[in-house]
Write a protein that binds this ligand. Structure first.
Ligand SMILES: [Zn+2]
Length: 52
């Protein structure tokens, strides 16, 4: 039973990058939080990876 509980706990986090669900569309850097502009490349297209 414990194994199934653990699997269900992680499944709700999404299937993209787990704890880094935000993705820069320009340089493909991933982040734990959503930035207005990408700290890596300065691009303004940072969105949740699971929405792509
Ligand atoms: Zn970027």
């Amino acid at each position: 039973m414990g194994v199934f509980d653990k699997a269900r706990n992680v499944s709700h986090l999404g299937d993209a990058d787990g704890d880094r669900p935000y993705l820069c569309m320009r340089c493909e850097a991933t982040f734990q939080v959503q930035y207005h502009s990408c700290p890596a490349c300065g691009g303004y297209d940072v969105r949740r990876a699971e929405w792509v």
